[in-house]
Write a protein that binds this ligand. Structure first.
Ligand code: DGY
Length: 327
């Protein structure tokens, strides 16, 4: 019997890639940069499955190019706003993601960004590298206290909750805003609920975003939201770039409406080198590395591979985004 044909849009850790190769004829895009749109459309032709990255837009055109045999789209990410899930569902295609395994790594990075922005660590490193460290300075690189400060978490799901646990360990006061009631198993003791986003924005010294990007959360943090924040506050985004209105953020950082921002995700992504967010001294940007630890990326690879193989074998994948396909 011929093995299923799959397109894997980037080299992923061997833990997962070997699994995919053990069960499929895999065409693996070999470059570090994503395949062009044209290349994706060509390579998915006749595929039974696609293992994609968050940087690959997977829409009706890609599904058409793959043809009617496409059964599974397995995303190597927890977020899936790059995939037209409604269209996949309409066509009976399973969509899967990698929840849970990247929670702690992403919260680690979010907290690292909070600390780095609060205590101006990148500026300190830059100064030392440029030979500007001439003496101990009583006024040099003063930043914001983390201990005792108030952290506002927007979206208390798995990652938001893991962020809250870290903040509680640093004796921060933790507020959260969540549209629904958070699940008991992710609700840490000692966090306080805000009834409205504005209430959270008014009261927080740090605001950390942990919501998925959906039509409801698109530009959730706009100029009005930024104006609600304290002038001394710092915004942290490890969720998705488009949850924040980039132009509004550039303005707010430039005119002092907020003190700073620390971003793992941006809109657009990647940011061009000369982009204002890259150039502004009070904005710290890292290149979407929330889940980038060796073990986390390996676990994501295994999970994405297992989801793919289960779907191709006609079984229910463990991490199905659109279970309605099976009903
Ligand atoms: C995700 O999985 O959605 C993260 O943004 C990258 O790992």
């Amino acid at each position: 019997m011929s093995r299923p044909k799959v397109f894997v849009s980037r080299v992923i850790p061997n833990d997962g890639l070997d699994l995919v190769r053990s069960g499929c004829e895999a065409d693996v895009w070999p470059d570090g940069l994503p395949p062009s749109r044209g290349e994706v459309l060509k390579r998915v032709r006749g595929a039974d499955g696609v293992l994609c990255m968050l940087s690959d837009p997977i829409d009706a055109e890609v599904m058409d190019a793959a043809g009617p045999g496409l059964k599974v789209i397995s995303s190597y990410a927890v977020g899936f706003d790059n995939i037209d899930v409604a269209e996949a569902t309409r066509r009976g295609i399973l969509v899967t993601n990698t929840p849970g395994v990247l929670t702690e790594a992403t919260a680690d990075l979010a907290f690292a960004l909070l600390m780095a922005a609060a205590r101006r660590i990148p500026e300190g490193i830059d100064n030392v590298r440029k030979g500007l460290w001439k003496t101990w300075g009583p006024m040099t690189l003063r930043g914001h206290d983390v201990y005792g400060a108030t952290l506002g978490i927007v979206g208390l799901g798995r990652i938001g909750s893991a962020m809250a646990r870290r903040a509680l360990g640093f004796d921060m006061d933790v507020l959260y805003f969540n549209r629904g009631v958070p699940r008991d198993d992710v609700l840490p003791k000692g966090v306080s609920r805000c009834e409205t986003l504005n209430d959270l924005l008014d009261r927080s010294d740090f605001v950390s975003l942990h919501v998925p990007h959906t039509p409801d959360t698109h530009h959730l943090i706009d100029r009005n939201a930024l104006d609600r924040m304290k002038r001394t506050a710092i915004l942290i985004n490890t969720a998705r770039g488009a949850v924040v209105n980039t132009d509004a953020l550039v303005e707010a950082l430039s005119d002092g409406a907020i003190a700073g921002a620390a971003l793992d995700v941006t809109d657009p992504e990647p940011l061009p080198a000369g982009h204002p967010l890259v150039l502004l001294g009070n904005c710290l940007v890292v290149p979407h590395i929330g889940s980038a630890s060796y073990s986390t990326r390996a676990r994501m690879a295994v999970m994405a591979a297992e989801n793919l193989l289960a779907g191709l074998a006609g079984k229910r994948p463990a991490n199905l985004v659109n279970p309605e396909v099976l009903s």
